[in-house]
Design a protein around this ligand. Structure first.
Ligand code: DGY
Length: 424
């Protein structure tokens, strides 16, 4: 908070309670704001943006997910969106592994025995309270982990699982993201984890359900992923498989999951997110399932991570320079134009600069390996590493350019770096 309050050029209106703000309070206090810092449970829609009025330039969410924000509404008003990728990757990957262990080894059920004072009555038996082991062993030498959503958090989770002896990795991810990018990335990832990891491949949902021993759901929410894990999907899973959801609750149909656990189609579940959260009361069907290990959305809840997220959210809100780089290649006439995020830069590199290439597709959320359908809106989401990528891009592409211009966030050319005849 000192980041904000120490600046005497900024007037800060603060919700002082340690909980999500009241909607009414927000609507009343947002009037005239230039930037808003919010959390993932605060809805940003036309009503809020109208209440803020025309001064609003940035909405900065302290989350990597941004389903709570109506991005097209922001685009219409030319308001930028900041989010917090990267800084929470490790914390969420940690908790994903924890949930996999808890679900496989019956943590909820067995801790219940202790909590309810039933341990003294428990009769030990060789296979009592056993569950499937996450790590490989002599009798079970292979493990296939599946990922629904294959962004940074999935990669970090996979890395943590290699010492457990995981042998194969399969994933299904956003069908709109570039295939050549995926191929190159997968070869690199496999190389990093060989020889322990024998295979890594993209599969369809059907195969993901059938072949995963442990399935990690680390996909974003929203209509495109709603209930991808439904009764049909769960029925295909292995009886000893474990499902972990540390992505978004809406990806999983809770009733179907409760049924799958009750009827033992799968072994167990570890979930940090539930559809309709936080309204998950005692009578929720998933709470009745002893093999369902439920956490109240604490994936990023480590002191270190929350501090980094808060700092980044404030930095994003305050960001003075919102850079877009535009490279004009005079010989071939087109304008090679792109917006910064790591993923966008990647796409830009893939394109031949000698072709007409108008990168007006949206900058992507590499964290979740998803490219929102935002064709019509120009740079709204920015990545905290924009400047880094911007400068790298400039250095790499310099020999190909006749003109390199960096635009400021108002899109008025502010700095002309170089102008010279084309070199190739
Ligand atoms: C996020 O950042 O989107 C998390 O789910 C909230 O911590």
């Amino acid at each position: 908070m000192p980041l904000l309050t120490k600046r005497d050029d900024i007037e800060v209106v603060l919700w002082t309670e340690d909980r999500v703000s009241d909607r009414q309070w927000l609507l009343e206090n947002v009037k005239g704001a230039v930037g808003i810092v919010i959390v993932f449970s605060e809805l940003v829609d036309a009503e809020l943006l109208d209440a803020a009025g025309p001064n609003l330039k940035v909405v900065s969410t302290m989350s990597v997910g941004y389903e709570h924000i109506h991005v097209p509404e922001l685009a219409k008003r030319n308001i930028r969106l900041g989010y917090t990728p990267d800084v929470l990757t490790d914390a969420v990957a940690d908790i994903s592994v924890m949930l996999a262990l808890m679900a496989g080894r019956n943590a909820n059920e067995t801790m219940g025995i202790v909590r309810e004072g039933l341990w003294p009555k428990f009769i030990w038996a060789p296979f009592a309270l056993c569950g499937p082991q996450l790590s490989t062993s002599g009798v079970s030498p292979s493990r296939t982990v599946g990922f629904l959503g294959f962004g940074r958090i999935s990669h970090a989770t996979l890395a943590r699982l290699i010492p457990f002896g995981v042998t194969d990795c399969i994933y299904s991810s956003n069908p709109n993201s570039s295939t050549s990018h995926k191929k190159e990335r997968d070869e690199k990832l496999l190389g990093q984890h060989q020889p322990q990891l024998k295979s890594l491949r993209a599969v369809d949902l059907d195969t993901l359900g059938r072949e995963s021993d442990v399935l990690f759901i680390l996909a974003p929410g929203g209509p495109s992923t709603q209930h991808l894990v439904n009764e049909d999907f769960l029925r295909k899973m292995k009886k000893h498989s474990v499902l972990v959801n540390a992505g978004r609750g809406t990806v999983v149909d809770s009733d179907a999951l409760a049924k799958a656990l009750r009827e033992k189609w799968i072994w167990g579940a570890g979930i940090d997110v539930v559809e309709g959260e936080p309204n998950v009361g005692k009578d929720h069907p998933l709470l009745k399932e002893p093999r369902c290990n439920i956490l109240p959305h604490i994936g990023s809840a480590s002191f270190e991570t929350r501090l980094a997220m808060a700092t980044l959210a404030v930095d994003n809100c305050l960001a003075e320079s919102f850079f877009v780089i535009s490279i004009a290649i005079t010989e071939t006439d087109p304008v090679f134009f792109f917006i910064f995020s790591p993923a966008t830069w990647y796409h830009a590199k893939m394109k031949s600069p000698s072709k007409i290439c108008h990168m007006d597709s949206f900058s992507s959320n590499a964290a979740n390996d998803v490219v929102p359908d935002g064709k019509s809106f120009l740079p709204q989401i920015f990545d905290p590493h924009a400047i880094h990528y911007c400068l790298n891009a400039a250095v790499d592409l310099l020999p190909l350019c006749s003109l390199l211009v960096i635009y400021s966030r108002t899109f008025t050319p502010c700095l002309r770096l170089i102008e010279r005849p084309i070199a190739v």
